[in-house]
Write a protein that binds this ligand. Structure first.
Ligand SMILES: O=C(O)c1ccc[n+]([C@@H]2O[C@H](COP(=O)([O-])O)[C@@H](O)[C@H]2O)c1
Ligand SMILES: Cc1cc2nc[nH]c2cc1C
Length: 350
């Protein structure tokens, strides 16, 4: 499934990119006056291979949930049970992601790709049980997962992308839930970008000074015990999480179907680096929804050549930043469909 997906991914169409850029300048506005929105619309057109690009709605959010063995090193302020408890909250509709999803009419699907605790059966049908393992192994002591587990989790993400698109979604939004996953994210970003752990480590869901110093040291150890050859799959299995693997697959699956993906925060950014390592062209199908307060996120997006749509100092995850960006992405596409041209409206050009 992974090989087939990688083979199906096409980069942005250069001819369509040029045509979309030229058309932006025909619309009744000073050229460039819609700033980043023009770039986003052109990007959507190139990715879809058609201009104007399809309006990216309805949107579907997938929240990939998993636990992390590195939690044992004291890298999070929160008990591990919170991962499973928040899954229940998503299913009950009580989380921030539910509220933001309701606001834009997006569906919410929760995917258990590696939650440690057993989850109760779900009456809503919005939980997909695809547990690959009961959390990863401690990445500061050795590889977080086996190669087979990493590939299986990537394939879960591909499957979920296919399911949601078959269900009618025309925009996918990445979401995550996993106590301690900002440690794995920072380790992934350090491994892919070469930045020192101290530059990419943040306070996650809220860490004091001492615990923060410990977290950075844990990541240094993780990179020492897991020397990698720079290959995306090796880096992922060594220091990643099951949700990072699944989100990478979700991006690849969407890209193969030419459906745009709005990325959320630092976990999605780290997962996108894995997708990029497996298929650089997959990133042509991504829009960065926001810039997280977690320091590694900026470095991950810079490495991917992505520019975040909004900067709100969010550090929640769940897909919240991606959901907030969705109306802006739709507005960017809608301009290309509905705004008059200088010719059609009889407006004089400069
Ligand atoms: O999306 C982000 O950029 C982000 C930044 C900081 C924390 N989080 C969320 O907080 C949890 C991980 O925090 P921590 O401190 O346990 O690593 C996890 O469930 C993430 O969704 C998310
Ligand atoms: C309460 C809580 C909600 C979250 N949502 C995403 N990560 C989270 C972490 C915590 C701790």
């Amino acid at each position: 499934m992974l090989d087939e997906t990688l083979a199906a991914i096409r980069p942005a169409d250069a001819g369509v990119l040029a045509a979309a850029r030229a058309y932006q300048d025909r619309l009744t506005k000073p050229p460039g006056s819609l700033g980043v929105l023009e770039d986003v619309a052109v990007r959507l057109a190139g990715a879809a291979g058609v201009t104007p690009p399809p309006i990216p709605e309805p949107a579907a959010l997938a929240i990939f949930a998993a636990d992390h063995g590195v939690h044992a090193q004291g890298v999070s302020q929160w008990p591990q049970e919170v991962t499973a408890q928040m899954v229940a909250n998503f299913l009950a509709g009580g989380a921030v992601a539910n509220v933001f999803a309701n606001q834009i009419g997006a569906s919410v699907t929760v995917v258990d790709v590696g939650v440690k605790t057993d989850l109760p059966s779900d009456p809503t049908g919005r939980l997909l049980s695809r547990k690959i393992a009961k959390g990863t192994a401690d990445l500061s002591l050795g590889a977080a997962m086996t190669r087979a587990q990493a590939v299986a989790a990537i394939e879960v993400g591909i499957e979920v992308a296919r399911l949601l698109v078959a269900d009618g979604a025309r925009c996918l939004i990445t979401g995550d839930m996993g106590i301690a996953n900002t440690t794995a994210s920072a380790a992934l970003i350090a491994a892919f970008t070469g930045h020192h752990p101290s530059a990419v480590t943040g306070r996650g869901a809220g860490l004091g000074d001492e615990a923060y110093e410990n977290k950075a040291r844990v990541i240094v150890r993780a990179l020492q015990v897991n020397p990698t050859d720079g290959q995306a799959l090796n880096i992922l299995m060594s220091v990643g999480g099951l949700e990072h693997a699944a989100i990478a697959g979700f991006i690849l699956g969407a890209a193969a179907l030419r459906v745009p993906v709005i990325l959320d925060g630092v976990i999605s950014g780290a997962a996108a680096m894995v997708a990029h390592g497996l298929s650089p062209a997959s990133i042509d199908h991504c829009v960065a929804g926001h810039l997280s307060a977690e320091p590694g996120h900026r470095l991950a997006l810079a490495h991917l050549g992505l520019r975040p749509m909004v900067r709100l100092e969010l550090r929640l995850g769940e897909g919240t930043g991606g959901l907030l960006a969705h109306p802006l992405v739709c507005a960017a596409a809608r301009v290309m469909h509905e705004v008059a041209t200088f010719d059609s409206a009889g407006v004089s050009e400069k």
